[in-house]
Design a protein around this ligand. Structure first.
Ligand code: CP3
Length: 337
């Protein structure tokens, strides 16, 4: 069994498994070269291109997992929703979903109709090329997707999405339930094509109060992951105030921890039944190697008390990262430095 799967099962392999969120793309010159002239979402839907971009960081860094090159808004595009990714900004929707009518219209789309052919083909190319290295499939959690869909684009406090929960809880429940089925379908397509782990990204969950998270979000994220049949990681940013809820009542095999909370403290809060993933501060990738090295050793040390530990960043790789810093982290985790 691969070191990643062992750690997710609560085992302690000799070498700490490591991969990086957003390792595919952005910081790699070989990625930028491949992407010239192709829009982000078109690249995601071109199977040999998506497969090649997925494999680049595995070859370069020797990470313990590939993460599928795609985006959380891809299943929405496949469902016929008009969305683009604006460089440097993020997902932008032509028709934001704000009213009860908007919600009724979009939720009339059946997630089962989503055409996963291009995704399955890309995953198939990747898994045929990867020997032992597992491929992580992923999806956006219902709240993070709703935050984009309701605002129509990136926002700081996701006010409109949080408002809908209280102003029109019925529409909110309908939309979040639909998004959980959309994301579930995206995970199933990747799993069926060969992904052996899945991660649910709730990047913006940190803007919620614990009460709202429990009542309006957790049941939908739970539904997206429950019974998926492969090990799962549930990741959020700024989720310290309700970290234990991120376990989703035992549905998640591992919880992602951002850089704000020391990992040993997170492990205490989460308890002995769940593995952890994280939590190198992405800002330290800019520091001289000896400074970063000390931080990474500290994270690994604090992770020892966990049921299992997958080394990762507390959030994604910033675009201006020197890729050699990432390679050094991998070598350190593997005991080669
Ligand atoms: O992790 C990986 O390497 C796999 C690929 C991946 C991408 N997006 C590729 C991407 C994954 C897992 C995602 C998930 C994603 N997409 C999230 C959750 C993870 C997180 O970082 O919080 C979110 C919130 C999105 C939405 C999104 N897509 C944003 C905010 C942006 C940034 C816009 C920008 O240009 O700064 C994107 C675009 C995006 N997704 C890029 C990549 C490689 C950059 C586009 C490019 O290179 O042209």
């Amino acid at each position: 069994m691969s070191d990643l799967l062992r750690a997710l099962a609560g085992d302690r392999p000799e070498r700490t498994p490591v991969w990086f969120m957003r390792q595919a793309g952005r910081s790699l010159p070989e990625y930028r070269e491949l992407r010239v002239g192709t829009r982000m979402l078109d690249a995601c839907l071109t199977p040999d291109l998506a497969a090649e971009i997925t494999l680049q960081p595995v070859r370069r860094h020797g990470v313990d997992a590939a993460v599928f090159f795609s985006d959380i808004v891809i299943p929405l595009r496949l469902a016929g929703v008009e969305v683009e990714i604006e460089p440097g900004r993020g997902p932008v929707f032509a028709n934001p979903v704000r009213t009860a009518d908007d919600v009724a219209r979009i939720t009339a789309i059946d997630p089962a109709d989503l055409d996963g052919t291009a995704i399955a083909e890309a995953v198939g190319i990747v898994t045929a090329e990867l020997d032992e290295t597992p491929l992580i499939g992923f999806a956006g959690a219902p709240f993070t997707l709703a935050a984009y869909l309701i605002e129509g684009g990136p926002s700081k406090e996701h006010l409109r999405a949080r408002a809908m929960m209280h102003a029109d809880p019925e529409s909110w429940g309908r939309l979040a339930g639909w998004l959980s089925r959309i994301s579930r379908r995206f995970l199933e397509i990747q799993r069926d094509a060969g992904a052996s782990v899945v991660q649910l990204f709730d990047s913006w969950a940190g803007s919620l109060s614990p009460a709202d998270y429990r009542r309006h979000i957790a049941p939908h994220s739970h539904a997206a992951l429950e019974g998926i049949g492969v090990p799962s990681i549930h990741f959020g940013v700024g989720t310290g105030p309700f970290l234990a809820d991120m376990r989703l009542d035992g549905v998640a095999d591992a919880v992602g921890v951002d850089w704000r909370m020391p990992l040993d403290e997170a492990i205490r809060v989460l308890g002995p039944d769940v593995a952890v993933q994280g939590n190198i501060d992405p800002a330290l990738l800019q520091a001289p190697w000896p400074v970063l090295e000390e931080h990474v050793r500290d994270v690994i040390e604090r992770g020892r008390g966990g049921k299992g530990h997958v080394l990762n960043l507390g959030h994604g790789v910033p675009p201006d990262t020197d890729p050699d810093q990432l390679t050094r982290i991998v070598r350190l985790a593997h005991g080669e430095l």
